[in-house]
Design a protein around this ligand. Structure first.
Ligand code: UD1
Ligand code: CA
Length: 457
């Protein structure tokens, strides 16, 4: 039986923000959500969030998550006091393997593997995630005896000069046997430099009770970095982006510059994908084998098939492209766009809620909305689907092999027949038959005696 308790009651004064600290984001996701998502991979029986400052906002932002429990810590009297608030929600305790894992909402990047290692290290006792830091100032220090066994944790402000020399620090993250944890929490007092109930004092109680205290260490230094300021948030963001870039490269992706990619969600790539500089990926993005992404693209919740190319400065949202599609430069694919094999969306083309069949093209300066575009259709420069009458949206259907001349307007609802040619500048208001030419002639005139206006003085 595994409980996870996440401390998230602190104020975060140094963020200088109206938003509670744990709702600030790293890689597009709140810090608290990072912790919850990583903890979830352990399949815990309960997750309890201890909220305090901004508790309503914190709880509201997870309102859809019915498996989370929230408890209120008011006022905030220390980390031990915070965990005390979660005690009534803790499950199990009858079994010595029942574990409670304590995490921090402002230490967002602890990986689930590290959490699991910490739990494994506990065996029948308890375990603390510790690190060796060249400058341990401010951290609780791990005090070991001559045999190297952990004896207690002393907070920086309570430590002696000798203890200040210890460079093994408490990251704050611990795994404890649930039954004993409850007992130790009940024994805490606030007789210390900060007059707080220190969670760290439970280590001393464990030793008194002959419970072995083990240490585990994070795999990466950035896992245990906390965020107290915008600067630390930005630093952690870069570290995490660097880590994601590293993982992509390890999986076979070429990044033109691993320092110039931002993944705010999940990016899954096939073999031999190339991503140029300045791209942002949001939500769930899947890139097939051989996909090439040009510089400065924003791609959100999209699937791009094998050998598809996205040229510079394109914006793609909730869209899908099949194989060998060419998109951009400066293309905008809005939600509901589906592009068939070898179709082509060129520069300054906006597509929304539309399907392009294989080899269909819209190469320049168009708006295509609520349309079904047939096989091999060619849409000329400046073509607009007039899909909206100010109140409702209507559909445009373009038959296979149709040719839509430049600067035409297709006033929906309208269906263009197969293989029909629409002359340049036609305003199509009625359905057309298959084949043939459709035109709405505007007669060309020339006035020989016409004068250009002159600028008045
Ligand atoms: C704590 C540890 C210290 C460790 C350090 C690592 C204690 C007593 N000390 O110190 O050994 O080296 O973390 O960063 O545990 N919180 C609450 N309610 C409270 C107090 C804190 O929810 O009443 C939350 C904070 O929001 C934060 C976390 O607990 O997420 C840690 O609190 P913080 O005040 O930063 O602890 P430190 O003094 O840094
Ligand atoms: Ca801290």
């Amino acid at each position: 039986m595994l409980n996870v308790v996440i401390l998230a009651a602190g104020k975060g004064t140094r963020m200088q923000s109206d938003l509670p600290k744990v709702l600030h984001r790293i890689a597009g996701k709140s810090m608290l959500a990072h912790v919850i998502d990583s903890a979830r991979q352990l399949q815990p029986d309960s997750i309890v969030v201890v909220a305090g400052h901004g508790a309503d906002a914190v709880q509201q932002s997870f309102a859809a998550d019915t498996q989370l429990q929230f408890v209120l810590q008011q006022p905030q009297l220390g980390t031990g006091h915070a965990v005390q608030q979660a005690v009534p929600q803790l499950l199990g305790g009858e079994n010595p393997t029942d574990t409670t894992l304590i995490l921090y909402g402002d230490v967002p990047l602890v990986q689930s593997q590290t959490m699991q290692n910490l739990i494994d290290a506990r065996a029948q006792g308890m375990s603390v995630l510790t690190e060796f830091l060249p400058d341990p100032t401010g951290y609780g220090r791990i005090v070991r005896n001559a045999e190297g066994a952990i004896q207690r944790i002393v907070e920086h402000k309570d430590a002696s000069a000798d203890e200040h020399q210890i460079n093994e620090v408490n990251t704050g993250i611990i795994a404890a046997p649930t039954a004993q944890l409850k007992d130790w929490l009940a024994r805490l007092d606030n007789d210390n430099a900060q007059q707080e109930f220190y969670l760290t004092d439970i280590i001393g109680f464990a030793v008194q009770d002959q419970v072995t205290v083990s240490a585990a260490h994070p795999q990466f230094g950035w896992e245990t970095l906390g965020v107290n300021s915008r600067l630390q948030q930005a630093q952690l963001e870069r570290l995490w982006q660097g880590e994601q870039a590293r993982r992509l490269m390890e999986a076979g992706v070429t990044l033109a510059d691993p320092a110039r990619i931002d993944v705010r969600g999940t990016l899954t790539c096939g073999r031999d994908v190339f991503i140029d500089v300045g791209c942002v990926f949001e939500g769930e993005v899947v890139l097939g084998d051989g996909v090439q992404i040009g510089p400065n693209c924003v791609i959100k919740n999209a699937r791009l098939g094998t050998n598809t190319t996205v040229h510079a400065f394109s914006h793609i949202d909730q869209s899908q492209a099949d194989e060998s599609v060419s998109i951009g430069p400066f293309a905008r694919l809005r939600p509901g766009t589906v592009l068939g094999d070898q179709s082509h969306i060129g520069n300054f083309v906006e597509v929304k809620n539309s399907y392009f069949a294989a080899q269909a093209k819209a190469s320049h300066l168009s708006y295509i909305g609520d349309a079904v575009v047939g096989l091999r259709v060619n849409i000329g420069a400046g073509v607009i689907t007039c899909n909206y009458d100010g109140a409702n949206k209507f559909k445009t259907v373009i038959g296979d092999d149709a040719f839509i001349g430049s600067d035409s307007q297709l006033v929906a609802p309208v269906t263009i027949g197969k293989n029909t040619t629409i002359a340049a500048g036609t305003t199509v208001t009625r359905d057309t038959d298959d084949n043939g030419l459709v035109l709405s002639p505007k007669k060309q005139e020339q006035k020989a005696d016409w004068q250009r206006p002159q600028k008045t003085k």
